[in-house]
Design a protein. Structure first.
Length: 204
């Protein structure tokens, strides 16, 4: 067991094997329906990616950002040079995976157009799709912020991959502040986004 749990890769593989066992149990009890199964697979992948994305977003905003001022100056380079860049890699690609699997899921369930137009193309007849659409648009804004505001500014603030070696302290501070404000914006938007997504599945 220690050989599994001391390696992140082995832990993920073990979790995937357990999920496959659950799939075999599902087939045994329900039989296999190709269309239903692929709808489920993309919903599962969407949730997995979303948990990674929002989990890291909340880690940054509830743990890393508030804690940084308390860290001694000589230790801060370890966070900025090693932990933050790694976390940002998973953060931005989890955001990408979340939006891609979400769009595929919406297409498979035949509500993509209705959701993206907030129900307009069907005369606002399906409140569930309006709620999903609100969640999708909030998620899209958050994805845009990650890729086109937070990530570029974090690259400058932390000089990731030594791309900005000559950037001045004031410019780095400004980039860090911009990244922080947009990260806080995403944290704010994540709350109604999750409400819209969960409400569409439960109260509409």
């Amino acid at each position: 067991m220690a050989a599994i749990l001391t390696s992140v890769r082995n832990t993920v593989i073990a979790g995937s094997v357990l999920a496959f066992v659950l799939f075999l149990l599902y087939v045994q009890m329900q039989g296999y329906d190709n269309f239903t199964f692929w709808q489920f697979v993309f919903r599962w992948l969407h949730v997995l990616a979303g948990v990674m994305w929002i989990g890291l977003l909340w880690y940054f905003n509830f743990v890393q950002i508030p804690t940084m001022p308390k860290i001694p100056d000589e230790l801060k380079p370890a966070v900025g040079g090693y932990i933050a860049p790694e976390a940002l890699w998973w953060f931005r690609w989890a955001a990408m995976a979340t939006i891609v699997t979400g769009l595929i899921l919406a297409a498979l369930n035949n509500y993509l157009g209705d959701a993206l137009t907030l129900g307009a193309i069907n005369g606002f007849a399906v409140p569930k799709n309006i709620a999903i659409g609100i969640g999708m648009w909030l998620g899209t804004i958050m994805w845009f912020n990650v890729w086109f505001v937070i990530w570029p500014n974090q690259q400058k603030a932390l000089n990731i991959a030594n791309q900005y070696p000559d950037l001045g302290a004031d410019e780095k501070a400004a980039a860090a502040r911009t990244a922080m404000l947009f990260s806080r914006t995403n944290t704010m938007l994540s709350i109604p986004m999750l409400f819209a997504m969960v409400s569409a599945q439960n109260i509409y």
